[in-house]
Design a protein around this ligand. Sequence first.
Ligand code: SF4
Length: 455
Amino acid sequence: MNAFPDAARVELANAQLRTNLRNATDTIRAKRARVVAELPDWQELREAGRAIKADVLIRLEEYLLQFESAAQAAGAHVHWARDAAEANAIVVDVARRHGASEVVKMKSLTTDEIRLNDALADAGITALETDFAELILQLDGDWPSHILVPAIHRNRTEIRDLFVRTIAEGRALSDDPRELAEVARVYLREKFLAAQIGVSGANFGVAETGTICIVESEGNGRMCTTLPPVLVSVIGIEKLVPTFADLEVFLQLLPRSSTGERMNPYTSLWTGVTNGDGPQELHIVLLDNGRTRVLQDEIGRQALACIRCSACLNVCPVYTRTGGHAYGSVYPGPIGAILTPQLRGIENAASLPFASSLCGACYEVCPVKIDIPSVLLHLRAEAVRVKAGRSERVAMRAAAWIFGSRRRFELAQRLGRIAQRPLVRAGALRAWTRTRDLKRVPRESFRARRRRERG
Ligand code: SF4
């Protein structure tokens, strides 16, 4: 992945992208503010959400085992995946056993994180995205730039042109959103009816009952999870809540923070399998993929409390200018800046914690009170430590080589004497000497003087 400043420079040159982003994020932000203001106990709800998630992270092992046995008792097959490769292999295996050449998929960041579509394609299986925005991106070989509005960087004229080229098969279309949605609806309806396997993510998993919960706006998720006879749900291990009653808190926090709605148009819950109703085979893949490592970091672990509402993206002065692609991850914006470096390792995403003005707006809107600015500072310190560690290792190795031989040491002294002034003047040591004095190398070393005086 490119460092954030380089990727951001490219995105900032795209004026159309900035206009699309501004229009979309301004609208969502205003809607969110309106519906949040309706609730007099919003701050108490946020605190409840934070407390529930904190408890889950501390007792995660216990809740996971509880979830596993409840889901199994209800007829689900529960699989554990340490990483993306294991999770993908499980889904591919289920699809192969059922001879499926195509699966229908609902929007899921977790499956994007593990690049499930690529793994299925390698196995000769097509994963069809059924969320409207995800379908647009898939048809154009593009990738999401927002957690909730994946095609936020596209406008309706671009979408009309794309549909004419692809699923509308050359038919003339206007750029009326209703007409465009109808084209996608007709195309997807046939796919839903024919699909043998549906693939979903999960917004929440209830430990007490083994229930999975998803919320969505289009109804495609409900089609994916009810029509195909086999359903595979991939769920990050941090997505659990302890009890069914805890959903009450999150089902108020999430829609208001994400789409600015009082409740989601579709809230689907399923527990195992039910004879004659819905999928008759349910596989649940519990995915780690770096999460237990994140859990070990006392400050950084709060990133795992995220409920993926995207409120922090819409208020971030950096995200709203650059868009999501600059973050080089399925998790963009402030949450991406703290989650990606932890999941991938700070050395693989060291520039992301610096992609913030630290204005604190993300913390103010976060429905589960994740202190994003503190985690950013913590990760910045970590990034500096890792980088300094690398140059320090190189410097120490060079020093060891020089000190390992009298001839090399004396040569280095002579070179240092000659090069010190030009190096400082040319600026090569300016960063070092800005806050420190550079000791001058003496005109004559002790050894040279001794040799001169004693022969
Ligand atoms: S960090 Fe908070 S505001 Fe951002 S997506 Fe996650 S829950 Fe929402």
